[in-house]
Write a protein that binds this ligand. Structure first.
Ligand SMILES: [Zn+2]
Length: 283
């Protein structure tokens, strides 16, 4: 009898703890509204429809149901977007417009010197240019994938535990030549250390490319795509379904990399956004 009461007490304790936790099964990704270049604008709307769609210019956007008729659009804002008023369209039984304001944000500068063998990545020769041209459409069509299903829910988790060596959005210069700002997060790590999927998804690309080296692209649904670049080994095959936490490759320094690290990028409506936002952080 005593034992039974003890067990009951334990059960009570557990159910009390469960009550304290936020909802365990999240049907959406809780992203904070960050309407800056490289950020994500979160736009709330109400609808009776079970499959509303949304567009920024002609690009289809990520929509998620929060609760009942409360829905949200996640809009990835291009790094080069000018500040000011922007408009998206939401379609259900009718078409409605929603405005949002892009706020200016200045990212810091970084100067990188590439020497010796790695110099080819600053001024590629003709053969390299040929290869780059061939790879460009493959990479760009992978970034444009829009699968209608939501493949992941809840917050993303870090793909490796290393320190951030290069933040998202850095304005970069290679041997003093200006290049595109940093389109992802760089994490330091040892060659061969495992890289895990930050969320459920499907492998839409797994290959070896001039700049990216060994790379894997994961589709999380509705134009939300994550990329893993400069890998040593790719352990995920094209078409494979991946669960959050599953190993997809290992840390390397293939392609245009000055040392072993993971470059982690996130695309939303074909636009690079700060991966930290998918992990519930502000920047
Ligand atoms: Zn990087």
């Amino acid at each position: 009898m005593e034992r039974f009461i003890l067990r009951l007490k334990k059960l009570k304790k557990i159910s009390f703890l469960l009550l304290l936790l936020p909802s365990i099964v999240l049907a959406s990704i809780p992203v904070k509204n960050t309407p800056i270049p490289g950020g994500i604008a979160v736009i709330d709307f109400k609808t009776n429809s079970t499959n509303p769609t949304a567009f920024y210019n002609t690009t289809q956007l990520y929509v998620q149901r929060i609760k009942d008729q409360h829905w949200q659009v996640l809009v990835g804002i291009p790094l080069m977007e000018k500040s000011g008023k922007k408009t998206i369209k939401v379609q259900d039984a009718t078409t409605r417009s929603f405005d949002f304001e892009v706020i200016e944000h200045s990212y810091t500068e970084q100067h990188i010197t590439l020497k010796g063998k790695k110099k080819k990545y600053v001024n590629p020769n003709l053969a390299h240019m040929d290869r780059i041209k061939k790879e460009r459409p493959i990479l760009s069509s992978a970034r444009k994938v829009f699968s209608n299903n939501t493949l992941s829910t809840g917050l993303f988790i870090r793909p490796i535990n290393g320190v951030t060596t290069s933040p998202f959005g850095l304005k970069r210069f290679y041997n003093n030549q200006p290049r595109r700002p940093h389109t992802g997060l760089d994490y330091a790590g040892d060659i061969g250390a495992p890289i895990t999927a930050p969320a459920d998804g499907k492998v839409i690309l797994s290959g070896e490319y001039f700049f990216n080296g060994n790379a894997v692209f994961l589709d999380h649904g509705q134009g939300l795509i994550s990329v893993y670049i400069h890998m040593d080994k790719r352990l995920a095959k094209q078409g494979q379904q991946i669960k959050q936490g599953e190993i997809i490759g290992t840390i390397g320094q293939t392609g245009r990399a000055t040392g072993p690290h993971l470059h982690w990028g996130i695309y939303l409506n074909q636009t690079v956004v700060n991966p930290n936002l998918l992990m519930g952080k502000l920047l």
